[in-house]
Design a protein around this ligand. Sequence first.
Ligand code: C5P
Length: 219
Amino acid sequence: MIIAIDGPSGAGKSTVAKLLSKKLNFEYIDTGAMYRALALKARMCRIEVCAENEGEIDKMLKTTSVDYSNSCIYLDNVNVESSIRAEDISIGASKISALKNVRTRMVELQRKIAENKDVVLDGRDIGTKVFPDADFKFFITASEQTRAERRYRQIEASGKTADFSNVLADLKQRDINDTTRENSPLRMAEDAILIDTTDMDIVETVEAISRIIGGSNVL
Ligand code: C5P
């Protein structure tokens, strides 16, 4: 069974998807982590992510392995979970994920990793592109201000300092990148269920989704 959770940055998708997968005893795949790993690799190779460097990025892609298993992201067989959450990697991921060959490769990988499994995947294009026939599709969103505040608190909780106006500006930029790119722009699938979490906490969100899944008699 495939449960697709899409939505903009900072909407709480990954926390919700993780909790939901635990509750259902499903695997969890954080597809954003896969793009983040590629952004990290580009930084390690000192390749600036831009359209002019697409050829170089294609070459990098051919010699790079990305995997997601047991809720951890592996880049060239090394667990890089702790290195991919920095703000510059977020922006890098947003840029690298707009490239056609990058998307083709990651979508292929995501389908392969999820093959024959019960999985909750979160991302931007799961319900529209990766698994258009997913059993359940949710589009989780929240107001821009709320999403930026959540991201800000997350950074502070990790022991780092952040400037709220920068966090908000980065979030807005990523929204623009994600929704206006040519390849698989972020949009809600026609058959997805919209969940606005502006006034909901994580537990309420997971409960709302669980009720919908449970009420469907599919599980
Ligand atoms: O979800 P997360 O913020 O970790 O994703 C990082 C970036 O990767 C996003 O800003 C988005 O540009 C890109 N992404 C994507 N498609 C996905 C998941 C993430 O384009 N399925």
